[in-house]
Design a protein around this ligand. Sequence first.
Ligand code: ACO
Length: 403
Amino acid sequence: AFDIGKLRDQTGYVTLDSGYKNTGATKSAITFLDGEEGILRYRGYPIEQLAEKSSFLEVAYLLIYGALPTQAELDHFNGQITKHTLVHEDMRKIFDGFPSATHPMAILSSLICALTGFYPQSVSPDLSPEEMELNIIRLLAKMPTIAAWTYKNNMGHPLNYPRNDMDYCANFLYMMFSFPTEKYEINPVVVSALNKLLILHADHEQNCSTSTVRLVGSANASLYGSVSAGINALWGPLHGGANQEVIEMLEAIAADGGDTSKFINKAKDKNDPFRLMGFGHRVYKNFDPRAKIIKVAADEVLQALGMQDSPLLKIAQELEQAALTDQYFIERKLYPNVDFYSGIIYKALGIPTEMFTVMFALGRLPGWIAQWKEMRENKEPIGRPRQIYTGELERDYKGIEAR
Ligand code: ACO
């Protein structure tokens, strides 16, 4: 019988799809995405409904276990996570080793990987379902604590311990913004905005960081090691790092006098490497459904916090308007993506720019976990792409004196 694998081995013929623009890496039952229609569904549920009605932990449960939890299941899940929010005291010592200029994403990925040292059983390739479950719970529980500590550490502030009487989002905000000298008032508008943002970021099928998590995990690497790798992928400015770049771009436009057309022209100039950050998406070619929800949320949050006259919001709106009516952006189907407005909300919530991608990682965590678990449960083979070799065919070694 004709064997395509054998033929490829014999002829060296492989399919080349740089950037995997049209190559599926796996089958997955987690997230459905239709880039043409702007549809995003987690386990079949539209993102619009989840963002409006659900809580982040409920969505995390949905992504990881495949169904919305009953009240009893959610209470149990919540209770388990609450139990594991503390991190080992020795982890605090690791923070001390980082120079103060270290980017929070570098600290986050290092500390998530360091969890393998505190829970050595987590690196076993033969985890029982109970062990896998415990690793998942630990990661979801400790990530907000570690994330908030990266910020506190960089600021030189005392670290706050988690408050288990608060829900997931409120506890994170408390750890970020509370001082021993000052009572931190939890604002429900802020908690609700954070909840929405985390839900919108929770999964996005085989994006760069998620594919990284699956690829690393396919070598039977641990959940913590795989997620640590995903955090580094997310840090890249063409991926999650774009949310930090968007605010920096808006600030640069404001500092330059606020002329958006000048920056639109720069983005269109092929001799200029400048890109309009927060515009364009590999898969969404009509609109990013998350951006629609976030745009409304940004308006609501700024209103509620009395910041509706924010100059950055004004510049963002102008930029969006100008780009959407410009032939260059229309022809290339470049629309605002999820990162365009999320930074404005983060900034309004008082989250410093360097922490924006950490916020994205916090949101994306359930997706990474769900995808890693699915990959393990489906016993997927190790990921190992082929290549088209373009180098020298064969050469004889020459001694150094003869080169
Ligand atoms: N500003 C100006 N031009 C752009 C932009 C942009 N933001 N994005 C794409 N283009 C242009 C390209 O120059 C190219 O033009 P050409 O056909 O004349 O050469 C065309 O549009 C296609 O661009 P590609 O880079 O080939 O598109 P790709 O699908 O590979 O990239 C990406 C998608 C990386 C998101 C890109 O649009 C980009 O760099 N955007 C800015 C960064 C950003 O916002 N990233 C966040 C993505 S969302 C997320 O990760 C959560």
